[in-house]
Design a protein around this ligand. Structure first.
Ligand SMILES: [Zn+2]
Length: 200
């Protein structure tokens, strides 16, 4: 578990096939990307932050892939929010109603004010949560080792991924908190931009 103030980063048992989960323990308790783990897993990580499963106010999704939303069923009463059109995908697959983000906006959790940055490429509605000067919760856009999200799934597009990486490289932050494996830095973004050039 990694922690920066009231932001907690948890890696799953199986880091390749399940996503990391991030908990923002603020005035609103926000859980980012409930993956394929069991209810006990979510109970455990929430306990680490001094909370319970019922306390989660908001579930935020970086994008609409199974390994990032399968655990939605454990949070029936929390608000749920994702960028369009991935919000529709999650609605259809989980049966829960989501609030759809249509354009870049602010997510104010209390003490933290995140910017929601639209970063398509891995999927149409992929987005990042950006905390200026600190970190970016980047889903599957880019990983610590400079690799990047696959673009061969539905809604994926290499050109869009490239633009999204460039967009990220212009922001001011120290760490990336990706959807899989380890935490990275801004260097990871520049490496990914270099690595992407080999695909052209
Ligand atoms: Zn994905």
């Amino acid at each position: 578990m990694w922690k920066n103030k009231n932001i907690y980063f948890f890696k799953p048992m199986e880091p390749v096939f399940d996503s990391n989960t991030i908990i923002i323990d603020d005035d609103r308790l926000v859980l980012v990307d409930p993956g394929t783990e069991s209810i006990d897993y979510f109970k455990n990580i929430l306990e680490t932050t001094g909370n319970s499963v019922e306390d989660v106010d908001l579930v935020f999704y970086t994008h609409g892939h199974y390994d990032h939303f399968e655990g939605t069923k454990f949070f029936p009463n929390a608000d749920k929010i994702a960028f369009s059109p991935d919000s529709k995908v999650i609605e259809n697959k989980t049966g829960f109603k989501l609030n759809s983000i249509e354009e870049e906006t602010i997510l104010n959790t209390g003490k933290n004010v995140f910017e929601v940055i639209h970063t398509p490429g891995h999927s149409k509605g992929s987005c990042c949560l950006y905390l200026p000067g600190e970190l970016v919760i980047c889903g599957d856009l880019v990983f610590a080792n400079g690799s990047f999200g696959r673009t061969d799934l539905e809604g994926g597009a290499m050109e869009e991924l490239k633009n999204s990486l460039n967009k990220l490289s212009n922001l001011d932050f120290e760490n990336i908190l990706p959807g899989h494996r380890d935490i990275g830095t801004k260097k990871s973004v520049f490496s990914a931009i270099e690595n992407l050039k080999n695909f052209y």
